[in-house]
Design a binder for this molecule. Sequence first.
Ligand SMILES: [Ca+2]
Length: 350
Amino acid sequence: MKVAKFIFVSALVFFGAFSVNSSAQPAPRRVIIDTDPGTDDAMAILLALNSPEFKVEALTVVPGNVDGRQGLENALKIVSLAGRCDVVVAGGAQHPLNQKLITAQYWHGKNGLADVELPPSKCKADSRFGPDLIIELIHKYPHEITLIPVGPLTNIALAVSKDPSIAGLVKNIVIMGGSISGGNVNGAAEANIYNDPEAAQIVFNAGWMVTMVGSDVGERTLITRRHLEQLQASHGPESDFVAKIADFYLTRSEKSGYSGAAMYDPLAVGIALDPALGTLKEMHVDVETRGEFTRGETVANRMGSDEKNVLHGDHYEIEGVIPVKPNAKVCVGSDAERFLQLFISRLRGK
Ligand SMILES: [Ca+2]
């Protein structure tokens, strides 16, 4: 009898402890999104703001799809739409490090948000300079911040150049940018890297392990009309906005022969949420800053080594291979449908 009681009480304690553990939610992860909003940026930001796994500490704005002023206005309107004036929004660099800015209204509409006119923002911009804010927050929360840059890497390069110690103090950095199988600007380069190749080369070689979610994977992660119908099964201001910009973006993509619109920036947020949504492979990645045809290309070493060539008389001979150290986890595939269902479930009715 005593033994039975002991087992019963032990079981209660055990299952009690188990149920407490299983119901306890881990603390949300702090994230900073560096963005050039941008239709797919807007979707990425709203996905992050509606994901309980994240606490979005700040949006820092970088010029890219639109100029810095328009980008800041768009970011403020997006957080206001979500009723999230608690999220710090700060401007940053106004031009790439070493070249003229290339804006993308052709793809994103005149205002960068598919020409959807959002109400004026109730939120105010923070006066701090984006790269300085990034440094400040990483020191305030060492090993806690996940950086998610989804625009050109200018702000991140400025931050890590000014304070290289942040590379060892972030929890993670997940970028949307690059490609290991051809570009979307031209044969070689993806737009975010092409817009500031020098900044990208600094960021890839800053000493942290960059998770790279490239355009080649984004282009295999398509939002289609079927997904839009699912999203619109119930309405809310954020999901209605997403549906409008996705419709614009889809129409543009369909004219270019695609069956859906590439979820470039949202997929980077998705993989930061759940790395298992992507297939990640460690590689060393450099950014071509000169090449006649390849400026802005992310050059990824898929073999993990370089050949060692040694001069023998009038020619070189390969005498083996020299291992290269990976600096990136390159996303080479995605679970597209699972990601899209996550995206829809987080935004539907919001
Ligand atoms: Ca972007």
